[in-house]
Design a protein around this ligand. Structure first.
Ligand SMILES: O=C(O)CCC(=O)C(=O)O
Length: 278
């Protein structure tokens, strides 16, 4: 699917990729699901051996941050309800800004199989602007009903989310739930703050929208969900004894304008004019 090789830079002894030229590609079933539902799942997108190193690196970052060490660009948020967990990684909720300089995560963000799908959806000049590893430990809270565009406020739309199941996403460990077809709705402005004790202070919840057709997106480790930024979705709390981990990337067209948050990092990943350089 790729038609060009990536630009590869050397940085602090590691290699990371910026933009490349890709051939836009969506399977017919993916296009049909996108148009009808606002999302599709690519099963077995990443093989099992590539998943544990992602968790191990996040655990390392949490440990380094705990002692005030250098974690580069990465930004951590805490899971407030788990503040008394004994390990640094056990207390975190999300790690942002991984896609530029963390080699394992940069490789995911620039995977041509993913980028060719994103390019088919929003054109062949694309930036990755947000990356977050979500570590949902036992007892951690889910995120209430929302549309990513509510938070993003960017133009042009949509932005594209890519949610990689790093562990299984089961009914008891806090999977995503979606309302198929809700990507055709405008941004819902009727929201309330998430007032649950220990909830993330930035979370809001859509009110007054019909969720009766919601479905859980149950995934195996390595499966990838690609979704539209107007798709209404939520995640439930982790009621199990196992971690539920996911890696979420967000993409937008080059030249997108709007709200730029501190956890954003705009990195070109697809450029139609790129030539093969190395
Ligand atoms: O993975 C989760 O628990 C929630 C993720 C989510 O809703 C999002 O990334 O927009």
């Amino acid at each position: 699917m790729a038609v060009g090789r990536a630009t590869v830079n050397n940085m602090a002894g590691s290699q990371y990729r910026n933009s490349q030229r890709v051939a836009p590609y969506l399977a017919a079933s993916e296009r049909a699901s996108w148009d009808r539902d606002g999302f599709f799942v690519v099963e077995r997108f990443i093989s099992q051996p590539r998943l544990s190193p992602l968790i191990e690196r996040i655990q390392q970052i949490a440990e380094i941050a705990e002692v005030g060490g250098d974690i580069g660009d990465a930004m951590l948020t805490r899971e407030l309800i788990l503040a008394n967990e004994p390990t640094p990684a056990g207390r975190i909720s999300k790690v942002f800004k991984l896609h530029r300089r963390e080699p394992l995560f940069n490789a995911l963000a620039t995977d041509t199989r993913l980028l060719s799908r994103v390019a088919a959806l929003i054109g062949d000049n694309v930036d990755c602007f947000l990356s977050q590893f979500i570590f949902k430990h036992p007892g951690a809270l889910g995120q209430p009903w929302h549309q990513d565009s509510f938070y993003f406020r960017m133009h042009p739309e949509p932005q594209i989310g890519a949610w990689l199941a790093v562990t299984e996403a089961r009914i008891d460990n806090g999977p995503l739930w979606v309302v198929p077809g809700s990507h055709r709705e405008p941004i819902h402005e009727s929201v309330v703050r998430d007032l649950r004790a220990h909830a993330d202070p930035f979370y809001v919840e859509i009110t007054g929208a019909d969720t009766s057709t919601e479905i859980p997106v149950l995934m195996n480790p390595g499966d990838l969900l690609v979704f539209h930024s107007h798709l209404r979705h939520r995640s439930t709390d982790n009621h199990s004894h196992d971690d539920r981990a996911s890696m979420v990337l967000h993409y937008a067209q080059q030249g997108t304008t709007g709200f730029i948050a501190p956890n954003h990092d705009w990195m070109p990943v697809v450029r139609s004019g790129d030539t093969a350089t190395e």
